[in-house]
Design a protein around this ligand. Structure first.
Ligand SMILES: Nc1ncnc2c1ncn2[C@@H]1O[C@H](COP(=O)(O)OP(=O)(O)O)[C@@H](O)[C@H]1O
Ligand SMILES: [Mg+2]
Length: 359
C-alpha cells in the first residue's frame, strides 16, 4: 500500500498511461526522456517509474510539443540569430518530436479554475475531486486542490490526517491569512488547502464580511500564477462558501449519481448556478459528470438517458462506473492506480480527466 507520493508504475502501466507502445519504453530511456528505478518486489528487482519520473516525462514531452508547435508556426528566418532562438531543451530529439506530434495534448487546461459541485451529498464529489487532482498531477501539471467542505473528505482522501492543526479557507476568508500560508504540499506537483471541522462555522462570519462572495476569488487570484490547474471540492449545500467558488471558478463539474433522487436534484443545482451567474455577471461552463453508473441496472440506464437528453451538451462523454476500486482507494487514501491500475475505475478516471482538462 503506497501513498500517492510514493506511487510507482511498472513499465507496462507507464506505457498505458503515456499511450505509447510497451516497446517504446526502452527507447524513451535510451533517449533520456524517461528515468526508471529498480525496486525490490519480493525477491526480484523490478524496473519501475516513480511519480516524479512520470511527471518529468510528461513535462518534457509537453515542452517539446510546445516548441514543435511554435517552430511550425514561426516564420522561417535565416541568419546568425536563428540557432540561438531555437529551443534550449536537451530532450528535443526526433523521438520526442514524433511523440509530441502523435496527438499529445500540450496546451494548458481549457479551464484553470474548476470545482466539483452538487448541493446533494453522497454523489461522489470528494472522491472524484481527489482522483482527478492526483491524475492531473501524474500528467506533470502543477495542481492546487482546495477543500471547501468542513467534513474534510478531500483532505483525508489526499492522505492528510492532521488537518485539525492546519489553517483552512476559514482563516483566509475570515482572518485575512494569505492563501499562500494555508497551502501545504501533499505530493510532487500537488498542493492542498485542507479543511477541518472549523470550516463548518464559516457561514455566519462570512455573511458579515463586505464583498463576501468575492473574497475567495481574490485570494485565489493571488496564487493562481503558480499552478496549471486549481480544483475545489465543495460542501453539499447552497452555501455562501460554495457561491464564492462559483464566483471564482471557470468550470463547474456537477457530479450526478445515476439514481432518481440525484437526477431530481439536478434542476435545483442548475437553477442555483444560473442565479449566481446572473447575480455576479459570470459565464460559467458547466459539465455534468454521471457517476456510480451500473449498466446492469435499468434505473441507472434510464437516469443516464434522461441526463443526456435533458442536459444535452453539458453531460461529459465519460461516465464513471460504480466500482469497488473507488471505495478501496478512499480507504487506502490513495489512487485507483495504486488499487487496480488495469481496472475500470482507473480507465474511467483517465478518460474523465482528459475530458475535463482538454475536452
Ligand atoms: N463510482 C463510484 N463507485 C463506487 N463508490 C463510489 C463511487 N463514487 C463515489 N463512491 C463512494 O460513495 C461515497 C460518497 O462519495 P463522496 O465522494 O464522499 O460524495 P460527496 O463528496 O458528494 O458527498 C464514498 O464512500 C465513495 O467512496
Ligand atoms: Mg464530499
Amino acid at each position: 500500500m503506497a501513498s500517492f507520493r510514493e506511487i510507482c508504475f511498472t513499465p507496462t502501466e507507464f506505457a498505458n498511461l503515456a499511450k505509447v507502445g510497451k516497446d517504446t519504453v526502452h527507447e524513451l530511456e535510451a533517449n533520456g526522456l524517461l528515468k526508471t528505478i529498480k525496486k525490490r518486489v519480493g525477491n526480484v528487482d523490478r524496473k519501475m517509474v516513480t511519480l516524479e519520473d512520470m511527471q518529468s516525462y510528461f513535462r518534457s514531452i509537453r515542452s517539446v510539443a510546445t516548441a514543435t508547435a511554435a517552430e511550425a508556426s514561426a516564420p522561417v528566418t535565416m541568419g546568425d540569430g536563428a540557432e540561438a532562438a531555437g529551443p534550449a531543451m536537451p530532450a528535443v530529439n526526433n523521438l520526442a518530436q514524433t511523440l509530441a506530434r502523435t496527438g499529445f495534448v500540450a496546451h494548458a487546461p481549457k479551464h484553470k479554475i474548476q470545482m466539483f459541485y452538487n448541493v446533494k451529498g453522497g454523489t461522489g464529489k470528494s472522491t472524484l475531486t481527489a482522483q482527478y487532482v492526483m491524475r492531473a498531477a501524474m500528467l506533470g501539471l502543477n495542481v492546487l486542490a482546495i477543500d471547501l467542505d468542513g467534513q474534510g473528505h478531500l483532505t483525508v482522501n489526499l492522505d492528510v490526517l492532521d488537518a485539525h492543526e492546519r489553517p483552512t479557507v476559514y482563516d483566509v476568508l475570515i482572518n485575512d491569512l494569505p492563501m499562500s500560508e494555508a497551502i501545504m504540499n501533499v505530493a510532487p506537483g500537488l498542493d492542498l488547502v485542507p479543511a477541518n471541522l472549523g470550516l463548518c462555522n464559516i457561514e455566519i462570519p462570512l455573511n458579515q464580511k463586505t464583498r463576501r462572495e468575492y473574497r475567495l476569488s481574490e485570494a485565489i487570484k493571488k496564487i493562481a500564477h503558480r499552478y496549471d490547474l486549481i480544483v475545489a471540492d465543495t460542501n453539499p449545500a447552497a452555501s455562501i462558501l460554495n457561491g464564492s467558488m462559483l464566483v471564482a471558478g471557470d468550470l463547474v463539474n456537477v457530479v450526478c449519481a445515476t439514481n432518481p433522487l440525484s437526477f431530481h436534484g439536478m434542476s435545483l443545482v442548475m437553477a442555483t448556478i444560473e442565479t449566481m451567474e446572473q447575480e455576479f455577471g459570470r459565464q460559467l461552463d458547466v459539465r455534468i459528470v454521471p457517476n456510480m453508473y451500473d449498466n446492469r441496472e435499468v434505473i441507472s440506464q434510464e437516469v443516464l438517458g434522461e441526463l443526456r437528453s435533458q442536459f444535452e451538451g453539458c453531460c461529459t462523454r465519460a461516465v464513471v462506473n460504480r466500482s469497488a476500486d473507488l471505495n478501496e482507494a478512499t480507504k487506502r487514501r490513495s489512487t485507483v492506480w495504486d488499487v487496480n491500475p488495469r481496472g475500470a475505475a482507473a480507465q474511467d478516471m483517465s478518460t474523465l480527466t482528459e475530458e475535463l482538462l482538454y475536452g
